[in-house]
Design a binder for this molecule. Structure first.
Ligand SMILES: Nc1ncnc2c1ncn2[C@@H]1O[C@H](COP(=O)(O)OP(=O)(O)OP(=O)(O)O)[C@@H](O)[C@H]1O
Ligand SMILES: [Mg+2]
Length: 250
């Protein structure tokens, strides 16, 4: 038993004949926040998809709470406490907010799920009967995140949940992530707001062209060097706390 909430060991994975991840070792301890940073196309989403079971690795193992789940389906992994908040808005746009909360939450606890979601995201109150697709981008992301609070997952994988949102909404989303961390869930966080991610994280991995190039505490990272050497990004006008990965493709 590893005592880890999530562990990837020697994971090699990709799409068809294209190998994206090479021999990736990554560990998320229970209740801790781990940031996974890397340039566009480095393979961050692929790591999360492989952890969630959407991609089957060609080599390596994936463990959840010490149990080997490499051969388990995404559904089985979610039953074992794993929750993926995917890239984009992870909601059903044609269903109402209420229906989304109930569908994304645990079975048989509709009223409880709605109560919990509205407590964390009061902005959704008064919108329960609205079509999810008609909400603002920020509200849709709150709705997508509500499953992390209703389902009591042990491990949450978050793929750029602040993407494309206004700064004030980004702050609200990060407040929610801090609250989620306080519930005791372990988080694996992929973020373009590097400063905010490092503030929240206990541990950081850098992914460079599908391989882990750094593993350590946020304090060990020199943010300038991070920007220059690993992420190929431009400092944002707001300074290092809000550095955003540019659209640069490699
Ligand atoms: N469905 C797919 N089929 C084939 N190749 C893919 C697929 N999805 C991603 N890739 C390729 O895999 C590599 C890693 O992509 P991935 O989406 O994991 O990167 P990322 O680090 O999440 O990038 P971004 O910061 O842009 O979200 C890229 O070269 C990408 O083109
Ligand atoms: Mg991605």
């Amino acid at each position: 038993m590893s005592g880890l909430a999530l562990e990837l060991t020697g994971v090699t994975a990709g799409y068809g004949t294209t190998t994206v991840l090479r021999d990736v070792d990554l560990a998320v301890p229970p209740g801790k926040v781990v940031a996974l940073l890397g340039a566009n196309g480095a393979g961050k989403t692929t790591v999360l998809k492989t952890a969630a079971g959407l991609i089957r690795p060609s080599a390596g193992r994936i463990r959840l709470g010490g149990a080997d789940v490499t051969a388990r389906t995404p559904y089985q992994r979610s039953h074992r406490g794993l929750c993926l908040v995917p890239e984009g808005r992870g909601v059903f746009p044609n269903l109402t907010v209420r229906e989304n909360i109930v569908l994304l939450g645990p079975q048989g606890s509709a009223r409880d799920s709605i109560e919990k979601a509205l407590t964390v995201f009061p902005a959704l109150r008064g919108r329960l009967g609205h079509r999810a697709g008609d909400l603002s981008g920020g509200q849709q992301q709150m709705l997508a995140l509500s499953r992390c609070f209703t389902g009591k997952p042990d491990v949450v994988l978050l793929d750029e949940v602040s993407m494309g949102l206004a700064p004030i909404v980004v702050d609200q989303i990060f407040e929610a992530l801090h609250a989620l961390a306080r519930t005791g869930a372990a988080l694996l966080l992929v973020e373009q707001y590097i400063g905010k991610a490092l503030e929240l994280a206990d541990h950081v991995y850098l992914l460079d062209r599908g391989a882990i190039s750094f593993s350590g505490s946020p304090a060990q990272l020199d943010e300038d060097e991070l920007v220059r050497r690993y992420l190929h990004v431009e400092p944002d006008a707001d300074g290092p706390a809000d550095i955003i990965i540019s659209g640069e493709q490699r």
